[in-house]
Write a protein that binds this ligand. Structure first.
Ligand code: FAD
Length: 373
């Protein structure tokens, strides 16, 4: 039987869109070549941090802030349907200034966010010592961002995939979409090897593999893999109370006592893997920020491929082929952006109209001729 919508890719983006569309009453099939959440979405750190890395006002920051605003409701909803707790934590984020940091740069960042109406606070060294006693004695101060939160993204993936199934999404795992069926500039379904599945609409949410899936159609939507390596250290006592950032790394405490240390950004093609250089740089940065971490055991290491684009912005919208949509390129913020992406992409698919918030992220920018000819 023909589906209303096929979603290609079972990462956080594909699963969140699938759930939303199923809840709107559509017949949805999600096709994942591995297991739902086996790629970038599981490898992430789960920070919901639009402010920590923003350096100017932009439609992208607006989108991130919108997603942050609806995040708690999103996770509550997932837990209600799936029964899976996702450890949403709202202790805020501390950006720790270390000796040698350019304090004028931090001032500029602090000032424009304050002018933009975003909440953040300067923390004196003495208060930093009370709040986070494990931080290095050479820290000169910190900036506290109360609105930036975190979620355990592995649990989130378990929750969103199960919630999608319970909402009626047919989740097919271990099957790879190889081709799209197109008739008269309109998508009619997908091919998975010899098998065909008919559908009225198809959403490509295949992370950094989205570009190569669409390329045979003449669509030059390049998604670029940006490898991130991470390690987890194990502590038996609470050691770090909230997400800490320094200029070289971030530390993310989990409820089970692990402290995640991230992350590298490497353009090494589609090769995952953990390297001595990558782990070495993470350990050095982590110990610079919290010296006692040098005594902690490394309990895990992993890597994942973020879906990047040439301008580091997501690509979301119709592809130019009727009812063939793409939702990818979320780069460093796909966990954060999942609820807003699901909301806005579903609106586009259900109404046929592109919401204003999606306009800056359409595919047109990939086809602009730089010469203007
Ligand atoms: P993916 O999770 O990669 O999912 C795509 C899926 O498509 C995969 O499961 C893949 O198997 C499937 N697929 C591909 N091709 C096919 C095919 N032909 N047929 C069927 N299935 C296919 N974001 C944050 O918001 N906060 C963070 O703190 C954060 N930290 C990160 C740290 C690291 C180390 C990394 C790597 C990423 C981090 N990110 C973070 C980014 C975030 O993980 C990604 O932006 C997000 O997971 C992208 O989700 P996705 O669903 O687009 O891609």
């Amino acid at each position: 039987m023909a589906q209303d919508v096929i979603i290609v890719g079972g990462g956080v983006i594909g699963c969140s869109i699938a759930l939303r569309l199923a809840e709107a009453g559509l017949k949805v099939t999600l096709i994942e070549r591995g297991r739902a959440g086996c790629e970038a979405s599981r490898a992430a750190a789960g920070m919901l941090s639009p402010q920590s890395e923003a350096h100017k006002e932009s439609p992208f920051l607006d989108l991130c802030l919108r997603s942050r605003l609806i995040y708690r409701g999103f996770t509550d909803h997932l837990t209600e349907i799936s029964g899976v707790e996702v450890d949403y934590r709202d202790e805020g984020v501390l950006y720790v200034e270390l000796e040698g940091d350019d304090s004028k740069e931090v001032d500029r960042w602090f000032n424009w966010q304050t002018r933009a109406g975003l909440k953040l606070e300067r923390i004196a060294e003495s208060k930093l010592r009370m709040d986070e006693p494990a931080v290095t004695g050479s820290a000169t101060g910190a900036v506290f961002i109360p609105g930036d939160h975190q979620v355990d993204n592995r649990k989130l993936m378990d929750a969103v995939a199960l919630a999608a199934r319970r909402a009626g999404v047919d989740v097919i795992e271990g099957v790879e979409v190889s081709l799209f069926m197109i008739e008269r500039d309109r998508v009619k379904g997908v091919r998975c090897g010899e098998d065909k599945i008919d559908a009225g609409a198809v959403v490509v949410a295949a992370g950094c593999w989205s570009g190569s899936l669409l390329a045979p159609l003449g669509l030059n939507i390049q998604t670029i893999p940006a490898r991130g390596q991470m390690i987890a250290l194990k502590s038996n006592t609470p050691h770090v109370n909230r997400v800490l950032h320094s200029r070289h790394c971030y530390l993310v405490p989990r409820r089970d006592g692990r402290i995640l240390v991230g992350s590298t950004i490497e353009y090494a093609g589609f090769t995952k893997g953990v390297t001595a250089g990558g782990v070495g740089s993470l350990i050095a940065a982590a110990v610079e920020l919290v010296p006692s971490l040098s005594e902690f055991e490394i309990v895990e290491s992993w890597s994942g491929l973020r879906p990047d684009t040439a301008d580091h912005m997501p690509v979301m919208g119709e592809t130019g082929i009727k009812n063939l949509f793409v939702a990818s390129g979320h780069f460093r913020n796909g966990i954060l952006l999942a609820p807003a992406t699901a909301e806005l992409m579903s609106e586009l698919i259900l109404t046929g109209r592109t919401p204003d918030e999606l306009q800056p992220f359409g595919i047109e920018r990939f086809f602009k001729n730089p010469s203007g000819a």
